[in-house]
Design a protein around this ligand. Structure first.
Ligand code: NAP
Length: 388
């Protein structure tokens, strides 16, 4: 199969992050199949320079303009073009040399470049779930209009995507699994004292700080619930969340005949990243194979929406629709940043999000400009609530 895999030219937006570095690890395993065209980072100039020297992209963008001189000095003598600012990312993702764009930036910052890439008809390997949470009702029709495939990178959505290969009918249910995070069994009374360090210590996955906190509050599962709604065009009632502490089954689909299909592997993000970059081909990957005997028991539980209200907030924001998920996402980003800076408690994260949703305006059918202004205004409301 691998002989027929075409050589692909890849842009990695957010190459210095957890997903970005793992994507480069995948690419390093297949130097004959992938070529890096564009790398982007926000602040981590040193790692961006190191990556560029190793993978020799045609161009790099450092989003923080203050770091431009440092990156340019290191890379321009090597004939690598250097740009600064998020606008440059949007301008460059449409380059004819790029076949596929991996969106591995964190948060709402991923929306603008993803839209630019879709408008240029590029295939998207989508890690940046916040793009679909904030603007799924606009982004997916845009992708269809430009015939730009959106291939999931999130392990749950990749699992569903893999289970659906070769099927001709829509499933009747998507079953999203989640590990339950580090506080799955913690009594409610102890949750207000959760520290930043404890919340950053995820039992199964090594990820960036924001998504790790989202996993601890179960907001990550809420964001994924909304992401699944848009990626697979399923109604909220057709999506179910199941806690599966071993993180071996990455998600499942049920069909109308009762058949349930699941995708299993050891938890390693390089598998869904590689599948998104190589789709529809499967390539070898150096990772520990799944040993079912050693794994032993696979267990499942219902999520506890009282101890983890973020998941319920996300589900109800999706049902409300319009700009509610965008408001929720913006408030979550502010609240998570405030928790990481020690300005609020863990249990205040859902409170800030809910209060922001209660205070923010609502529109049933927001356009893109309204999404941008909603993000801005919701952050302002959340920041005000945090400051109190
Ligand atoms: N990590 C995982 O295992 C995982 C799994 C599933 C889905 N995801 C999703 O993938 C996305 C990335 O997650 P991650 O864990 O890789 O995040 P991360 O480790 O925090 O990396 C984020 C990347 O985005 C860049 N970035 C941050 N803010 C930016 C801004 N305002 N403008 C431009 N670039 C910016 C960072 O640059 P600097 O390093 O220079 O600051 C870094 O390259 C998120 O949407 C997350 O939910 C992650």
């Amino acid at each position: 199969m691998s002989e027929s895999h075409p050589r692909r030219h890849v842009a990695i937006l957010g190459s210095t992050g957890s997903i970005g570095t793992q994507a480069l690890d995948v690419i390093a395993q297949h130097p004959d199949l992938f070529e890096v065209e564009l790398l982007t980072a926000n602040n981590n100039a040193d790692l961006l320079i190191e990556q560029a020297l190793r993978f020799q992209p045609n161009q790099v963008v450092i989003c923080n303009p203050d770091l431009y001189d440092r990156v340019a000095e290191a890379l321009q003598p090597r004939m690598i073009k250097v740009f600064a600012g998020i606008e440059s990312v949007c301008d460059l993702v449409g380059s004819p040399d790029i076949d596929i764009v991996l969106t591995a930036m964190v948060g709402f910052s991923g929306l603008r470049p993803t839209i630019a890439a879709l408008e240029a008809g590029k295939a998207i390997a989508l890690a940046n779930k916040e793009t679909l949470v904030a603007a799924g009702s606009l982004v997916m029709p845009l992708a269809r209009r430009h015939q730009a495939p959106v291939i999931p990178v999130d392990s749950e959505h990749s699992a569903i995507f893999q289970c659906l290969q070769g099927e001709r009918v829509k499933p009747s249910k998507l079953i999203l699994t989640g590990s339950g995070g580090p506080f799955r069994t913690m009594p409610a009374a102890e949750m207000a004292d959760i520290t930043r360090e404890a919340a950053l210590n995820h039992p199964r996955w090594k990820m960036g700080a924001k998504v790790t906190i989202d996993s601890a509050t179960l907001m990550n599962k809420g964001l994924e619930f909304i992401e699944a709604r848009w990626l697979f065009d399923m109604a909220p009632e057709e999506i179910e969340v199941v806690i599966h502490p071993q993180s071996i089954i990455h998600s499942m689909v049920r069909f109308s005949d009762g058949c349930v299909m699941a995708q299993l592997s050891n938890p390693d993000m390089r598998l869904p990243i590689q599948y998104a970059l190589s789709y529809p081909y499967r390539l070898p990957l150096a990772m520990e194979p799944l040993d079912l005997i050693r794994t032993g028991c696979l267990s499942f539980e219902e999520p506890d929406l009282e101890r983890f209200p973020c998941l319920a907030i996300a589900q109800s924001a999706l049902k409300r629709g319009g700009m509610a998920p965008c408001t929720m996402n913006a408030a979550n980003e502010e609240a998570v940043a405030a928790f990481l800076e020690g300005r609020i408690r863990f249990t205040e994260i859902p409170e800030i999000i809910q209060k922001t949703l209660d205070k923010a305006g609502f529109e049933e059918k927001p356009d893109l400009e309204t999404i941008y202004s909603t993000n801005f205004e919701s952050r302002r409301i959340a920041a005000e609530l945090i400051a109190r």
